[in-house]
Every structure is written in C-alpha cells, then in structure tokens.
Design a protein around this ligand. Structure first.
Ligand code: JFZ
Length: 466
C-alpha cells in the first residue's frame, strides 16, 4: 500500500499547464463533419513528420548551438533569408525511401501520416508554381517529396495529411513572423504593417490548392499558429479545402472553426471530451531533427500516453524528425516498433475504442485549489490504469501492478466474464456486497501494459448514480 500510495503521490505532482478543465461548450452536432471524422475517430494514432531545410543545421549554425525547437533555428538565431535560403542548395536526401517511412508507420500501429509540406521557414517539400522556393526548383534533389510519399501511402492504404504553415512564412516579406529581415508584423495597436493578404493570396492559398489538387486524396490539412487569421481569412482557406476535397479534415489551428480541436503541443487534457480532439506530440523535445536531442520517450511512456488519450476521446499524433539525408533516427524507429508490437496484440483496446465511461481513474483536482505556475488549477494525475470501451466490453489497461484485488468501478450492468486480452486467459471475478473485484496473476503479463477485458450485459455502461 505505502509503495503504491507513494508512487501515486509522486505521479500526482505533475503540473499540467493548459490541461485545465475544458470550459468550451460542445459544438452543435454537424452530420457532415461527423461523417468526415469517422476514420479519424477510428484511427486514434498517427505519425507526424517534421522535415525540411532545418534538418541540415540540426540545431547548430556556423558552430553556434541554437536552443529550443530545431525547426525554429532561423527564427531563434535571427538568420537573414539571404543566409538561410542557400541551405536549399545543400538539400539532397539521397537516403529518403518513402516506402520505408510508410512501413515504419504501419509497423508502429499508426493509421495516418501528416508531413510538413511547408513549415514556418517557407520552404516547400513539393513542386509549386506559387513559389520557386521548393524542393524541385531550388535543390539539387529536384524531385517532389510529397509526390513520392503520396504514392507510397496510396500503395499501402495509408492515409496522408499535410501540415501547412498558413500564417508564418519567414521567407516572404509579407508573410508573418520574420521581424529580423522585414520588421514587425503589427504595431502596438495591432495595425498590420505588411501586405499580409498579398502573401496569403499570392503564396499560401495557391499552395494549399496545389496540395489538394496534385497529390490524390488528402486525409487532413494541419494548419498552425494562426497569426492575424481573421475569420474571413480563415474561411478562405476552409473554402479551398471544402471546394477541392470535401472529405478532407481541417485541424484546430486554422484560426477559424476546424473539424476537431488541437491541443497545445504535448498537452494531454486532464479529462475526457466527446468532441473530436488530437494531441500533437514530440518523441524527444523537438519536432525538426536536432543532432543533440536524444532524450527519446520510452515505449512504455508512448503506450501510456496513447491509451490515456484514447480513454479521454482523443487522437495521438506522434512526431518523428528525419535527418537531412532522409533517415528517421534509429531510436525513434525502435521505440515506435516496440509499441507497434504491443498494439498488434492489444489494438482492440485502442482502434475505434470509446472513451472511459468513468473518469475517476484519471486523477483529481487539488482539493485546496492549489494553482500551477500559470494560475491554472492543479490536477493530480493517477497513471496506474485506464479504461476504453467497445459495445458490451470494458478494456482496463494496467501500466503498473494493480493493487490486488482490483475493484471494477460501480456500474448497473451485469458483469459476465473477464480475461486477459493478450492470451485470453480467464480472470476470475468476485462479487461481494455489490462490489466486483479481480486479482491479476503476478508478475503482470506485460509490464509495459496489460489489458483485462470485462464483458457486461448491454451495449453501453449504465453508471450507478453517485
Ligand atoms: C507549432 C510550431 O511552431 C512548431 O514548430 C511545431 O510545428 C508545432 C507542432 O506547432 O508550435 C506550437 C503551436 C501552438 C502551440 C504550441 C506550439 N500552442 O497552442 O500551445
């Protein structure tokens, strides 16, 4: 008891900035949107790929190390366009093999891929008539990266989406974000100081149209950092998507209403939500490749975050940052494949699974209303087990040896039987005074995570009134 309690306490001190209670009222039901979201709500787990010129300096510029995100090096070190643009002349990813990338995603158990078609630095990984600053026209490589990846995905039935930085473009004088070459975007009153619409109409909108016209079916467009994105400007992008590919999803960072909510980076909400949502996450501490960042998330962490997110109704979009040669770091591959092997056996508890009908297992808000550094209420998380569902079934995933006996949360439904998902070994249920418990054989079957399935009468859990 003490050890578990201790570990519980230790786990509970996590400060979850931005994970506060979601106060946003659920949006009105939209049948067309729900239709578009069906595959997304089933998929749960995707591969994010941040790749571009920033993989060449990989966190260091002319011997000077830049802190923070690798893909932000041009901004962090205020590198002028005249010095950064020539990186394109060095971009020649001879080891890029799209089939291997898609194979890795499949081995990892990921059901969709989202790649950076153009990030904040303005460089496009696809042939574009709207700007010569692209992989075909500006590099010795001269081949369209997105075309090759789209073909590999189509061949293997992998859904492909494109990240597109619609607002920030540090290469363009009228784009947002390059204050070191082109001055501030706005003055103190918010008045815009650049011809932002000229950039939007001259580059961003045409390029989004190209992405939705030249690469086959596009699963989603992942817009980002919506600076100066008025509803009108956001709607222009939404119209391009809806007119060219009506089934294409729009994420939550367009600046106007998307099809689902995007949390902050690496932010996992403390509680469940029926609205579709997605957590974009790094596998170390950067999106773009940095040669000095080898603090990789371990398979157990990844498995927990995935099941935690699914038990709260969300999707997990986990990133890899390939090197300039086009190689996904070995450690990323190994950790993703380890989780993929677990999903091969336990995927029933994840893909298409419903969120927890309970919630107490997530943890609790600090009673005394303690606040975190941002003045947000503190949530004391409990990471020992999570619940996901399918009609007539609870999937209880244990990330630590469960306290024996483990008590199943109260529910009206009659409990029929229980077994371990991995090998269907029966698990005995004991019911006394209306409480049902079970004990798991020790040591636990899979220390990374072990799933127990509890079958109950009826499709949905009927909760006991509190
Ligand atoms: C943005 C990018 O700046 C970054 O390079 C990466 O592409 C990431 C996926 O998205 O970074 C953000 C955007 C929004 C938040 C945090 C980081 N946010 O809302 O907390």
């Amino acid at each position: 008891m003490r050890k578990a309690a201790l570990s519980g306490v230790m786990l509970c001190v996590l400060v979850l900035a931005g994970a506060a209670q979601s106060t946003t009222p659920p949006r009105p039901f939209d049948a067309a949107r729900e239709k578009r979201l069906e595959w997304f709500r089933d998929a749960k787990y995707g591969m994010f790929i941040h790749w571009g010129l920033y993989a060449i300096p990989a966190g260091e510029w002319k011997g000077q190390r830049s802190l923070g995100l690798g893909e932000w090096i041009m901004n962090r070190l205020k590198i002028p366009v005249r010095d950064y643009e020539p990186l394109a002349k060095q971009f020649n990813p001879t080891k890029f093999n799209p089939d291997e990338w898609v194979q890795l995603a499949q081995d990892a158990g990921m059901k969709y891929i989202v790649i950076t078609s153009k990030h904040h630095d303005g460089f496009a990984l696809f042939k574009s008539a709207a700007s010569p600053y692209n992989v075909v026209d500006a590099t010795p490589y001269k081949r369209d990266i997105l075309k090759q990846l789209a073909d590999a995905c189509a061949k293997r039935g992998m859904r492909l989406g494109f990240y597109y930085s619609q607002s920030q473009d540090w290469h363009e004088k009228d784009g947002a974000g390059n204050t070191w070459d082109f001055g501030p975007d706005q003055d103190a009153s918010g008045k815009e100081l650049k011809n932002y619409d000229a950039y939007l109409r001259g580059k961003a909108e045409p390029q989004v149209r190209e992405l939705l016209t030249n690469y086959g079916p596009v699963a989603l467009i992942w817009f980002d950092t919506p600076r100066m994105m008025t509803d009108l400007r956001g709607q222009r992008f939404a119209d391009i998507v809806r007119q060219t590919q009506p089934n294409t999803l729009i994420d939550g960072r367009l600046g106007t209403e998307g099809d689902y909510r995007s949390t902050g980076d690496n932010v996992i909400p403390a509680e469940a939500s029926t609205e579709a949502w997605e957590t974009p996450a790094t596998i170390n501490h950067t999106w773009g490749f940095r040669k000095d960042d080898i603090d990789w998330k371990r398979p157990g962490e990844i498995a927990f975050k995935l099941v935690d997110i699914v038990s709260k109704g969300g999707n997990y979009l986990l990133n890899v940052g390939p090197t300039a040669e086009g190689v996904i770091p070995q450690a990323s591959q190994e950790n993703l494949r380890t989780v993929g092997r677990w999903l091969k056996i336990n995927g029933e508890a994840v893909y298409g699974a419903g969120m927890s009908p309970f919630g107490d297992e997530f943890g609790e808000w600090t009673a005394k209303g303690a606040k975190d550094v941002r003045g947000q209420k503190l949530f004391l998380a409990n990471n020992e087990w999570r619940v996901t569902t399918r009609p007539g079934k609870l999937y209880i995933t244990f990330f630590a040896e469960p306290r024996a006996p483990f008590e199943i949360p109260a529910m009206k439904n009659k409990l029929l039987r229980a077994y371990r998902l991995a090998d269907h070994a029966p698990v005995d249920l004991k019911t006394e005074n209306g409480r049902t418990t079970f004990s798991l054989e020790r040591p636990i079957l899979d220390p990374m995570a072990t799933v127990v399935v509890v079958e109950f009468e009826g499709p949905k859990v009927e909760k006991q009134p509190d």
